[in-house]
Design a protein around this ligand. Structure first.
Ligand code: PMT
Length: 401
């Protein structure tokens, strides 16, 4: 079977001199087994003809929102939904700026905004344009949102300058795509439990103790696992997030720590691994008032009792399972995370400083350190939770081997 058999790749071509290399990219993608659909910007058509891509791909080529409709109902939405992956090569400075700003003023940017498929961009431009802080900021923004960037090569540019900005060789770009898509089935046959969100502990019929977790981190991990073929049980505390669409994610909704424990333990024996990103309440009110607690002039004292430590219990019962914990800290991050790693018998722990405004609870990004049981540690800068999820799943995959 070819590396990209059965995959539908949407190739976006923008208007730079490197657009001619996109023809070879389309050809190589097709030879690797992919069905290739091309969207060209208006500027790209000044460098290469639509006909060339149509002949190479055997598919209609889109160049405008106002083209005569061919195969699709609402063309940009259909293309956005159909793609398993969007590759933009070359991506000009203008395209990067528009994508970073969320603009949708042509077929390519509109489709880009509408797609949920993973996106890879290969920027190519003059060195000064590439190094301009505006372009670098746009690239950083796109990376934070999970766009994968293939860094341009250095060398002689069409404008006569020497430096970084050249589109990498088509073979290297297609290798990158194959490597990314090749990961897709690495976890087929593996069963992984993921926990997400916070637990809530009722006080009375209207009030509860809770925390700021939204489930974004855990849902991202579940999606990363599912995209590699794992069978995922996602045990989620209350969150506004909808059940993920993937057929291989089974979502179980719970509220309290004790419900989460039940749901995790019932799947644990047959699981290959557990990733606990949930913010589980350590304490719960000793009693739950049957009726709403009435306010009075006195102080209200709550008596709290310990909740089960789910991850500690999993660590005690551990057989074949790889155990991954999270540590939410506000100080002494390394020390506290390493203590949890040892105490809970984990394979590695993902530590995040939840006092940061731009990372941790509720936001789309995170900045973490990983601590492994053999003493190694790795630092990761701010990135999207989806990107981080892929890194965590890479580590899990290595340990499962
Ligand atoms: O959901 P988001 O808004 O995206 O936010 C993500 C996050 C900040 C919640 C996430 O990145 C995170 O840090 N999750 C762990 C939160 C936490 O409870 O950490 P902890 O240090 O208190 O617990 C350590 C580990 O033990 C965690 O894996 C936790 O799931 C587990 N635990 C904790 C208490 C308990 N009673 N049982 C547990 O299993």
């Amino acid at each position: 079977m070819k590396a990209l058999s059965g995959k539908k790749i949407l190739l976006g071509v923008t208007g730079g001199i490197a657009a001619y290399k996109a023809v070879e990219i389309a050809s190589r993608l097709r030879k690797a087994g992919a069905e290739v659909h091309v969207i060209m910007t208006k500027a790209a058509t000044s460098f290469v003809t639509e006909l060339t891509f149509r002949e190479i791909t055997g598919q209609p080529v889109n160049t405008s929102m106002w083209d005569k409709v061919t195969n699709y109902n609402v063309e940009h939405i259909a293309l956005a939904n159909l793609a398993d992956l969007v590759l933009i090569a070359p991506a000009t400075a203008n395209l990067l700026a528009k994508a970073a700003a969320g603009m949708a003023d042509d077929m390519l940017t509109t489709t880009l905004l509408a797609t949920k498929a993973p996106v890879i961009m290969a920027p190519a431009m003059n060195t000064n344009m590439y190094e301009n802080p505006v372009t670098q900021d746009n690239i950083a923004t796109l990376k934070r949102r999970g766009v994968m960037i293939i860094e341009p090569a250095a060398g002689h540019l069409a404008c006569g300058a020497e430096g970084r900005g050249r589109l990498p060789e088509p073979a290297d770009i297609v290798d990158y795509v194959c490597a990314y898509m090749g990961r897709t089935q690495n976890l087929a046959g593996r069963k992984i439990i993921v926990t997400a969100g916070g637990t809530i502990e009722p006080l009375d019929p209207v009030r509860y103790l809770g925390n700021h977790s939204t489930g974004k981190m855990g849902f991202a991990v579940a999606e990363a696992l599912a995209s590699r073929g794992a069978q995922v049980t996602l045990v989620a505390g209350p969150t506004f997030l909808k059940d993920p669409d993937a057929a291989n994610i089974h979502t179980v909704r719970v509220e309290s720590a004790r419900q989460m424990r039940e749901a995790v333990l019932s799947e644990y024996d047959s699981a290959d691994g557990v990733i606990m990103s949930a913010a589980v309440a350590d304490y719960r009110p000793q009693t739950v008032a049957p009726e709403k607690i009435k306010k009075s002039d006195d102080e209200l004292v709550l008596h709290l009792v310990r909740n089960p430590d789910i991850l500690w219990e999993l660590g005690q019962k551990k057989q074949q399972q790889i155990l991954v914990g999270f540590a939410a800290e506000t100080c002494n991050v390394a020390e506290y995370a390493c203590r949890k790693l040892a105490k809970k018998n984990l394979d590695f722990i993902v530590a995040n400083d939840v006092s940061a405004k731009d990372a941790g609870f509720a936001v789309d990004n995170n900045r973490v350190q990983l601590y492994f049981r053999d003493g190694r540690s790795e630092n990761y800068p701010l990135m999207s939770k989806r990107q981080l999820a892929d890194i965590i799943v890479d580590k899990l995959e290595t340990l499962l081997k």
